[in-house]
Design a protein around this ligand. Structure first.
Ligand code: NAP
Length: 594
């Protein structure tokens, strides 16, 4: 077996031409047969999926008041910005979210087996500040959700929060130099600063399977897990499934986490797979509490920076995390930042060695050779989001678990009143669980779902007709004191919460400086924003050739390929750039008086 991340360039018997042909074949069998509508909306007759299974909808009177800052989105992005704004000296910070509480993705996703597959010490932000100690190296979802709650409490972000509420419009008032936000609850909130933190994978997606609406058994999406039906909890024990025939559709990062529990507890489990995920070693274990309490103040920041540098290609003297992410970092960079030329022979070889080792692992763990063959991933490593599990592959050794390969039919063929059909074969089931992921969200300010009117009555989408126009992805000319979080015109990483934390701190620094110098507006100059957009255009590496060779999935727009506009030198360089800019040019965006 070859070791992932090895820098040895010996071919080791890998026939690269044959491998390319195999990858193309595996891509084509999925692309050719893909159904016209791979996915459908979770609205309409499936409006159930938009509902909140955790907290009943509360009625309340509309709010009409004023706060210092309004933060739209109460996931980690909104929470971290809320914390940074409180640290910057703002008194009243109001979080608004459609969910019933804080936590974002960790609020909605509570399926059995849920964990974060990024080490808790670098994923869970502000551990030192909040005083949370994770129990496991890779923390369970509920622990992460409760950490989000603790973070909101620590920074007094519940005081003004509005949950189960959607902001419907933002309008700048020139006379009072503030924003007015309206909501679907009839609220009218005035705020000096507004932050939009929309999240990326928020809307559950259902497969576009013909006949899906005719199925008479039970169905639900993993992000709206129905424990009333299955019994048990996020820790398992799904006793309600003991005598049930259960189908799960989807084998992405979520599928990898739910399948071991379903296999353990269901009468019979059918796993419908279109494309196998890569399944690297997880080696989860209790966090060493002695090690944790021996850490010196500032340890988390150092560790987060180390992970970020390791996975994005910056030199690190020592890989502090040393796990499946950092060891395959070089293969990840081809997609994530485009820094690496994916077509370079040494990169292709390195990738081949990583994938070969993952296929070897399948053969070692899964006893039935035919099942093992179906579970082997045949594509370049970053064609799909890497997966990790200590239990997923073993599940297919259970006699009550059947793997159904749907690659040649481009996914499940259809659903009937009683079951799931692939080709000509019907699998009769009582329950179908959709582990089919989420729409890759774009901020409502970009889609138009959240109309924004700025200085002089100009509509944001009008001024962005040629595409978003921001300085560093944060703010725009004509739209004072309005800040965006997310992956627009900045840098990205697999540890997205760390990226959000850096963004939150930058926004906090801008607001602190504005308060310090008595500025009325934070607003970049037109030519600075135009120059930044040009910089992003120039430095973005075009990864479309790489994507075109990939099996379809959300990473490559289901095979259509996506232009990725990002600061390709990477997040470490981006953060350095922001730091320097704050030293020399922060006052360029401040308007003190007119
Ligand atoms: P996903 O990666 O989008 O996976 C959706 C799955 O549904 C895929 O396996 C897809 O097959 C399959 N599918 C869709 N339509 C189908 C059909 N008609 N027939 C058969 N299969 C069909 O969704 P996800 O697993 O929920 O993960 C989404 C993202 O959430 C992840 O990429 C990750 O960013 C995040 N996540 C993170 C963690 C964590 O630990 N940090 C855990 C869970 C999720 P194809 O692969 O062939 O398209």
């Amino acid at each position: 077996m070859v070791s992932p991340g090895s820098s040895d360039t010996d071919l080791d018997g890998i026939d690269i031409e044959a491998l390319r042909a195999r990858y193309a074949h595996e891509r084509d069998r999925r692309t050719r047969s893909a159904q016209p509508r791979q996915y459908r909306s979770a609205a309409g007759e499936f409006g159930y999926y938009a509902k909140d299974p955790y907290i009943a909808r509360l009625s309340r009177e509309p709010v009409d008041d004023q706060v210092d800052a309004l933060v739209i989105g109460a996931g980690f992005g909104g929470l971290l910005t809320g914390a940074a704004l409180r640290e910057a000296g703002l008194g009243s910070v109001r979080l608004v979210d459609e969910a019933g509480d804080v936590g974002g993705t960790w609020y909605w996703n509570r399926y059995p087996g849920i964990h974060c597959d990024i080490e808790a010490s670098v994923y869970m932000p502000l551990l030192e500040e909040v005083g949370t100690t994770p129990s496991m190296r890779y923390a369970p979802g509920e622990e992460i959700r409760l950490h989000a709650v603790a973070l909101a409490e620590r920074y007094k972000l519940y005081e003004h929060a509005l949950f189960q509420t959607r902001v419907t419009a933002l309008t700048w008032r020139d006379d009072t130099q503030d924003w007015v936000a309206t909501t679907d609850r009839g609220d009218r909130v005035r705020a000096r600063f507004v932050v939009v933190s929309p999240g990326t994978l928020t809307q559950p997606k259902l497969p576009g399977i013909p006949g899906i609406e005719t199925f008479r058994g039970h169905t639900f999406h993993t992000s709206r897990w129905d424990y009333a039906y299955t019994g048990g909890s996020a820790e398992g024990g799904l006793t309600g499934l003991r005598d049930r025939r259960v189908a799960v559709i989807g084998t992405g990062a979520t599928g990898l986490q739910v399948v071991p529990h379903l296999g353990r507890d269901a009468g019979h489990l059918y796993v419908f797979q279109r494309t196998p995920s890569t399944v690297g070693v997880r080696a989860n274990r209790p966090l060493d509490q002695e090690w944790f309490s021996a850490q010196k103040p500032g340890w988390q920041r150092e560790r987060m920076n180390n992970f970020l540098a390791a996975v994005t290609g910056e030199p690190v003297p020592e890989d502090l995390i040393d796990d499946g992410w950092t060891r395959t970092a070089r293969a990840q960079r081809t997609y994530l930042s485009g820094v690496t030329d994916a077509s370079a022979p040494e990169e292709e070889l390195l990738d081949a060695r990583v994938m070969e080792s993952l296929r070897d692992r399948v053969a070692e763990v899964v006893r039935d050779p035919a099942t093992a063959e179906i579970l082997k991933p045949w594509y370049r490593y970053m064609c799909k989001r890497p997966g990790f599990s200590d239990e997923y592959l073993e599940t297919f050794n259970r006699p009550n678990v059947t793997l159904v390969d749907t690659a040649d039919t481009g996914g499940v063929t259809r659903m009937t009143e009683t079951g799931v059909v692939v080709g000509e074969t019907e699998y009769a089931v009582d329950c179908v669980i959709f582990a089919t992921g989420f729409d890759v969200g774009r901020s409502g300010v970009v889609t138009g779902a959240l109309p924004v009117t700025g200085r002089g009555g100009q509509a944001l989408l009008e001024t962005w007709r040629g595409g978003p126009k921001t300085l560093h992805g944060f703010c725009s000319p004509g739209f004072p004191n309005l800040f965006h979080l997310g992956s627009m015109q900045n840098a990205n990483s697999v540890n997205f919460v760390h990226i959000l934390q850096q963004q939150a701190e930058h926004i906090g620094a801008l607001v602190a400086r504005a308060l310090n110098v008595g500025a009325v507006r934070v607003e970049p100059r037109e030519d600075d924003a135009v120059a930044w957009v040009r910089t992003i255009e120039e430095v973005s590496v075009d990864t479309r050739a790489f994507q075109a060779e990939c099996t379809p999935g959300y990473y490559n727009g289901e095979g259509r390929t996506l232009p990725i506009r990002t600061f390709s030198p990477g997040p470490v360089a981006f953060h350095r750039l922001l730091g320097q800019w704050r030293e020399t040019s922060i006052d360029d965006v401040l308007v003190v008086g007119e």
